[in-house]
Design a protein around this ligand. Structure first.
Ligand SMILES: Nc1ncnc2c1ncn2[C@@H]1O[C@H](COP(=O)(O)OP(=O)(O)OP(=O)(O)O)[C@@H](O)[C@H]1O
Length: 341
């Protein structure tokens, strides 16, 4: 459904001596199969939206190639646009029109008859829990309702491939989980392929069949959440022993299955790939060495652990760094300064 090779986007910003290049996307390869839900994860400024804008033909790549739904983004942009649904970060509703009219007009832009657009629009309003809001203006809707309306707009022409840019940003936890169910439904009920950007780890974890992580314009990982966690981070095993003497024994035993054992007081901790398999043997060894455990905890890694292992930074640190750089003028304001090169 999506195939990209060496996608690059370099923005020129500033004027004269202030002129700078922003390497937003630096050679991205992507393959997304039909029916897959892919979570495109990365900190603020990593290059998610820029990649999405190139794939949806809103921005011409500086270099590289991509086909989306079988069409070339550079030479067949009209065909690409007809084949996809796109929900941008800011949405596309005009707040002064009735929600139902917006959705119907959007469908007619895609060549649907009014009757078909009304029927499909009403079905989507029911499915996305927008019942009763057909004659409500978006400016009088809650954030969650507006976001679901944006998604209805993206789905009106029944696209088989949907791009969602940070679909749940700004929503309260209840509204986010509610929207996750609708996104899951897209694949389960319609067989749609979904490519969504997010910087919420739990969102990528809950929704995506596969997670692609981008950092500073480059893909740093692509796999299922489980595989990423198992391969990159491992489970954290935390042994609590009762005496100082037992600390050394527990450390040696844990070191036989973990490369990074740390000791704090009576706690001995280390990361162990697929701990579920290794821990029973460890417990037997400890018992044989007469180590009495006060407690044992096995903590599954989070995607933040994966990001930390891959990049040396937590997602939160990476976001703070990007925000700091933006405040120092290192990165450009996309709305005002940049022009695609
Ligand atoms: N039009 C533009 N002109 C100049 N720089 C831009 C432009 N658009 C984006 N950038 C820069 O490119 C980099 C990548 O931005 P992008 O919006 O793709 O990141 P993102 O991962 O989507 O971030 P966020 O999670 O905040 O939406 C950032 O440094 C951003 O400031």
């Amino acid at each position: 459904m999506i195939r990209a090779r060496g996608l690059v986007q370099t923005f020129q910003t500033g004027r004269g001596k202030q002129r700078k290049e922003v390497h937003a996307v630096r050679g991205v390869d992507l393959d997304v199969a039909e029916g897959e839900v892919v979570g495109f994860l990365g900190p603020n400024g990593a290059g998610k939206t820029t990649t999405l804008r190139m794939l949806t033909t809103l921005l011409k790549p500086t270099a590289g190639t991509a086909t989306v739904a079988g069409f070339d983004v550079a030479t067949q942009s009209v065909d690409v646009r007809r084949s996809i649904g796109y929900c941008s970060q800011v949405g596309s509703t005009f707040s002064g029109a009735y929600a139902g009219d917006e959705v119907v007009d959007h469908g007619m832009l895609y060549g649907m008859s009014r009757a078909d657009a009304v029927a499909k629009g009403q079905e989507l309003f029911d499915r996305l829990q927008l019942e009763g809001l057909w004659r409500r203006m978006p400016r009088n809707m809650s954030g969650g309702q507006k976001r679901r309306l944006d998604i209805a707009m993206a789905l009106i022409h029944s696209p088989s491939l949907v791009f969602l840019d940070e679909p749940t940003t700004g929503l309260d936890p209840q509204a986010r989980i509610n929207l996750w169910q609708h996104i899951g439904d897209l694949r389960d009920r319609q067989g749609a392929t979904v490519f969504l950007t997010t910087h919420y780890l739990d969102e990528a974890d809950a929704l995506a069949d596969r997670i692609v992580i981008i950092d500073r314009g480059e893909i740093v990982a692509s796999d299922t959440a489980d595989n990423l966690k198992a391969a990159v981070a491992g489970d954290l095993v935390d042994l609590e022993v009762t005496t100082d003497e037992q600390v050394a024994v527990a450390r040696d035993k844990l070191a036989s299955i973990s490369d990074d054992v740390e000791v704090t007081g009576h706690h001995v901790r280390g990361r162990v790939p697929r701990a579920g398999k290794a821990v029973p043997g460890l417990l037997r060894d400890l018992e044989a060495a007469s180590v009495a455990l006060e407690s044992i905890e096995v903590v599954r890694p989070t995607l933040d652990d994966v990001f930390l292992t891959l990049t040396g930074r937590t997602l939160r640190d990476a976001e703070a760094a990007t925000e700091g750089a933006a405040a120092d003028g290192e990165t450009a304001d996309p709305e005002t300064e940049g022009a695609p090169s």
